[in-house]
Design a binder for this molecule. Structure first.
Ligand code: DX5
Ligand code: ZN
Length: 214
């Protein structure tokens, strides 16, 4: 399983430095949380920050859009350097055209579902996306408690004949990561567990990899 550090919990005054630490710990994917104060009650970053860190890093940029009307903004996020663009099923009216748009812009499309949204809502899009992001907290903030009710969703997705990766996001730490791995996730997103805990980023990532072994 891959660990994708979520920069939401990084030191925003020293983003490039924190990202370097992630690279030293050999991660391949950086998770970037975009919030609009509308779809979720919090506001984070936009394309300008992504293009600034793009110049500093060759990691895969996994951009998680927690915004309404993502179709209006995906082009700007791809131009800024996002490799993967994930939108929320709860935020869009026409997922088909959005998925096609993201792909035509040259990025990999992903679809995300909130903890209490049924998998049925995304079933018809599964063969069109490269990533399914299962939220294990209600989106909006880092450092929340893992909702274990989502584990069966990961198991169900794992059984699909599929081309998409399963990523899980929210509340993943040294205690919860093994359940996520056992359920069949390909990627675990972690914010606080990477950038918190006294801030030894390399050590935290290595420990997460260690605890994810099943
Ligand atoms: C929550 C974000 C997550 C968050 C994870 O809305 O989508 O990516 O940063 O943070 P932790 O790992 O601290 O729960
Ligand atoms: Zn996220």
């Amino acid at each position: 399983m891959e660990i994708a550090p979520s920069i939401l919990s990084a030191d925003f005054a020293n983003l490039a430095k924190d990202i370097k630490q992630c690279e030293l710990a050999k991660v391949k994917i950086l998770h970037i949380d975009v919030m609009d104060g509308n779809f979720v009650p919090n506001i984070t970053i936009g394309p300008v920050v992504i293009s600034a860190i793009r110049r500093q890093s060759k990691l895969i940029f996994d951009t998680h859009l927690m915004i309404n009307s993502p179709d209006k903004y995906v082009e700007a996020f791809v131009k800024a350097g996002s490799d993967w663009i994930t939108f929320h099923i709860e935020a869009v009216k026409n997922p088909f055209s959005l998925i096609k748009k993201i792909r035509s812009l040259g990025a990999k499309p992903g679809i995300s579902i909130n903890p209490f949204t049924s998998l049925r809502k995304i079933s018809r899009y599964l063969d069109m996306v490269d990533l399914v992001l299962v939220m294990s907290v209600n989106p909006g903030f880092g450092g929340q408690k893992f909702i274990s009710d989502v584990l069966p969703k990961i198991e169900t997705l794992k059984k699909e004949k599929r081309n998409f990766k399963i990523s899980v996001d929210g509340g993943i730490n040294f205690d919860t990561i093994s359940a996520v791995a056992a359920a069949g996730a390909d990627i675990a997103v972690a914010g606080n567990a990477v950038f918190g805990n006294c801030g030894n980023i390399v050590k935290n990532i290595k420990k997460l990899y260690e605890f994810s072994k099943i």
